[in-house]
Design a protein around this ligand. Structure first.
Ligand code: SAM
Length: 328
């Protein structure tokens, strides 16, 4: 997906944020470590005194088309509670409340920016849903969040990453321009910003969906028509990426394309057994040490005896985790 910029309307709306929007190009020089142009250095100094950044991170507002794309990427809706860490002038939280009916909290060290955010939320009639606090993002309780948005430097993201990885499974995290170390995003989007004052003419957005912790061994019982089987699933997990194997009776197969999105787990494997060569597929959820879902069995090569299923069979399946390696 590539979202086109709505340049003119974005510029028009940016004028609401007078005093801060003009800082973008200057702060971006320090922000991205770009070689500053002489003309920019002067205004950057002036801006720096007007807009101190107590966290040592310059304030650079996310361009409006990018704000919209971030909310779209996270599929923000009325049921969401969005937390913007380092919320600047509050635009991400306010836009989420105004256009998507979400509730949210912005935390920001700079008291002037917090006040701008509160005033703007009030002006736009969303003060009840868009809250702002002067607070260090590292001292912010993230547990109410269903969506976390970030436009922070890599060193802050590195420090934050362990906390982000432990958010409730299914929480969506969207970061503007910077990734989260070795945690591969679930989706990446480029947003064209033709009139961007610095860097490439686009922003990159990354989406992560916090995966459930499913690493380890799971055991369950499969009640197929006419017979019951025990199954054992061995999963190795690297964030949302999985590998492993499925054992049913004495047969074993490697997992084919296992997927994990939040607590939603799906996998399949071909396993030989008395019923012939069968493809087993699971689609369900991993919640509180229990797997629950639908198990579908298809004959790949039926048993000569005719003991296996002639066509597809679906049953309800559950399993408990019997062994979980310590979480990193
Ligand atoms: C690049 S700006 C992003 C602003 C806003 N999120 C947006 O996307 O438009 C980063 C903001 O994080 C704030 N910040 C930096 N460190 C912080 C910290 N430890 N706690 C809270 N805010 C912080 C800065 O003051 C700055 O306003």
């Amino acid at each position: 997906m590539r979202v086109e910029t709505a340049g003119r309307s974005a510029r028009r709306r940016d004028s609401r944020w007078t005093g801060f929007a003009s800082a973008a190009a200057c702060a971006a020089v320090a922000w991205l470590g770009l070689a500053p142009l002489p003309a920019v250095v002067g205004s950057a100094r002036a801006q720096a005194s007007e807009t101190p950044s107590p966290g040592g991170v310059p304030y650079v507002p996310t361009p409006w088309p990018v704000v919209k794309a971030m909310l779209e990427l996270a599929q923000v809706g009325e049921k969401d509670f969005l937390i913007d860490l380092g919320s600047g002038d509050g635009r991400v939280v306010i836009e989420a409340a105004r256009t998507r009916g979400a509730r949210g909290l912005g935390v920001e060290l700079d008291p002037d920016l917090v006040q701008v955010s509160i005033d703007e939320a009030r002006r736009l009639g969303v003060a009840g849903r868009a809250l702002f606090e002067r607070r260090d993002l590292f001292e912010t309780d993230l547990s109410p969040a269903t969506v976390v948005t970030l436009y922070l430097l890599p060193r802050l993201l590195r420090e934050l990453q362990p906390r982000l990885m432990r958010l409730r499974p299914g929480t969506r995290i969207v970061s503007h321009d910077f990734g989260l170390g070795d945690w591969k995003p679930d989706a990446t989007v480029k947003v064209d910003i033709a009139d961007r004052a610095f860097g490439p003419p686009f922003s990159t957005l990354y989406l992560w969906i916090v995966p459930a912790f499913v690493n380890g061994t799971w055991e369950g019982r499969l009640d197929l028509p006419g017979r019951a089987e025990t199954w054992r699933l061995d999963l190795r997990q690297n964030h949302q990426e999985l590998a492993g194997s499925l054992r049913i009776g004495n047969g074993r197969g490697l997992l084919e394309q296992p997927t994990l999105s939040g607590d939603r787990l799906a996998f399949s494997a071909i396993v030989d057994g008395p019923g012939g060569r069968l493809r087993h597929a699971f689609d369900g959820r991993a919640v509180a040490g229990q797997l629950t879902g639908t198990w579908t069995v298809n004959a790949v090569r039926p048993a000569a005896s005719g003991a296996g299923p002639a066509s597809s069979v679906s049953v309800h399946a559950t399993a408990r985790r019997t062994e979980a390696p310590t979480r990193q």
